[in-house]
Design a protein around this ligand. Structure first.
Ligand code: PMV
Length: 312
């Protein structure tokens, strides 16, 4: 009683988006923004309410077009063995949607936890992450698994996706002092499915050229582990700047993201790059603690929304 719902964590990718889809390493960290869900039994029907996103649907009734949200919640109920039960699912998202901050995975994790709690279904953390991964497949096609992993575990990790049936590689990361991060929102919905698809098309045409880029990004992610361990913000920043250059080589940035990166660097950021799928969405910048406010203010002065957070 008194709990404010179950949580799925939002995330930022510090190094390695896109190449992580091709089996390379990536570093991701949770952000204080999350999604909460609560499930209460009712006589019949499964109702889903997300007032902040204008969502109000009865899942047991056929829809004209089955949304990925509809399909995900139905899959969760089936897999927990409670699809025949009546329930009301209330979701309160504190993560902006479609910004590459992992809102869809966080939503799945929050709903899985809440539904399992409501019907007293036992489920391990790994099973929660796996089920959220299956939900992500509905929304994204070929996800690497990094979003559901972060949404479940909520700690900084080095991640490498499952390969030929082997489990994903997940290594906990730590940093001696919190590293300040500014998140800038482009205001344009991220097109993760599209950018992932574009990269795939380019890779299919010229696998060697793109494998070389992915391997360079892999080296940056691995070097990032050391930078975090030492709390070396300047080194982490340099790795992020180079990674952003390689993400530009993959053509997944956007006009707004480039402007935000430029503003961050001009105002003292030690590193700035897009985060997540790109094509819009969000970017991140790291800096010395005393620079955070001025970088965020400069982004806001150019009409972008920002969040200040830290890696810890
Ligand atoms: O879902 P997003 O926009 O946070 O992007 C996830 C990162 C990608 O590497 C682009 C895709 C993936 O599945 O890893």
């Amino acid at each position: 009683a008194g709990h404010r719902g179950d949580i799925g964590y939002g995330k930022i990718i510090l190094l390695g988006e896109h190449s992580v889809v091709y089996g390379r390493h990536a570093i991701a960290a949770p952000i204080p923004l999350n999604i909460r869900a609560e499930v209460k039994p009712q006589r019949e029907h499964i109702d889903l309410m997300i007032p902040r996103w204008g969502v109000e649907m009865r899942l047991s009734e056929p829809e004209r077009c089955i949304s990925s949200l509809h399909a995900s919640i139905t899959l969760i109920a089936e897999r927990l063995g409670v699809a025949e039960r009546g329930m009301r699912v209330d979701v309160v998202p504190h993560i902006p949607r479609a910004n590459g901050l992992g809102a869809s995975a966080a939503l799945a994790v929050a709903v899985i936890r809440a539904m399992a709690r409501c019907f007293e279904v036992e489920i391990s953390e790994r099973e929660i992450s796996n089920l959220a991964f299956d939900c992500e497949k509905i929304a994204h096609g070929t996800p690497s698994g990094i979003d559901n992993t972060l949404a479940t575990f909520g700690r900084p990790i080095l991640f490498r996706k499952e390969n030929a049936g082997a489990r994903p590689e997940i290594r906990d990361l730590a940093t001696p002092d919190p590293i300040p991060v500014i998140i800038g929102l482009s205001g344009v919905a991220t097109l993760t499915m599209q950018t992932v698809g574009n990269v795939r098309t380019a890779w299919q045409k010229n696998p060697e050229r793109y494998e070389a880029i992915f391997s360079q990004i892999d080296q940056l992610a691995l070097a990032g582990v050391e930078a975090l361990r030492k709390g070396d913000i300047a080194e982490l920043g340099e790795l992020m700047n180079i990674d952003h250059g390689l993400l530009n080589a993959l053509q997944v940035s956007s006009w707004e993201i480039e402007e935000l990166v430029e503003i961050a660097r001009r105002n003292g950021a030690l590193g700035a790059k897009l985060t997540g799928g790109g094509g819009g969405g969000a970017m991140i910048a790291v800096c010395e603690p005393e620079r955070t406010q001025s970088i965020a203010s400069a982004m806001r002065a150019a009409s972008y929304n920002t969040f200040i957070t830290e890696i810890r």
